[in-house]
Design a protein around this ligand. Sequence first.
Ligand code: PEP
Length: 250
Amino acid sequence: MRQKIVAGNWKMNKNLAETKALISDLKAEENTSGARVIITPSFVNLALAVSETEGTAIEVAAQNMSQYNAGAYTGEVSAAMLKSAGVNVVILGHSERRAYYGETDSLLAEKVDKALAEGMEVIFCFGEELEERKADKHYDVVASQISNALYHLGEDAFKNIILAYEPVWAIGTGETATAEQAQEMHFFIRKTLADKYSAALAESVSILYGGSCKPSNAEEIFSKEDVDGGLIGGASLKAADFFGVVNANK
Ligand code: PEP
């Protein structure tokens, strides 16, 4: 049975007081879907978020981490630092990291290895640009992003991998992939996993959809067989909207 998951990508939003206030609002919401709920405040507010969510079912994840252990890497945050703050999940490969900070598939492979070596769970993001979809290259792009960063892993490692298909043209644009487009891609991803590893592995990996998902469209997207939940940007910044999405993941 695959896990249902809704993760909020807070990006560079919410200062310390706002983080505290949003978590307080989130704690007041009821999770009627049973989905795993994950939030990702900025690095500087992670420790606060961990303590504010203690005793609740809300999990705290990081939005990024270094591929290195420690040392002279100014501005970076290591997996061990995250773990010491009580953070056991990290988003890697978000399209904004790829586009604005030059994160490549090979760098992401290193980061994935480091996170897994530290016993962390990875939400691994990938997805095509609009031009790539228009040129009918979206399946090739997604297959290569996944294989370049993940296919050196053994089957066992996928217990700690959550996949997030995020078509770049749908992120923060208000334009959502249709539920059919999401399902087609998620089905394709599961098939590539089955071909590379096994049908059992493909069936066990949670695949989230991300891209302008909100309470009004989440239920239709999540109703698709191969969509196990969502990675939510804008709609994760208000508790009622976020839980509108969480509770659509029935
Ligand atoms: C994201 O950044 O991962 C995302 C899905 O953003 P939005 O929901 O705002 O499109």
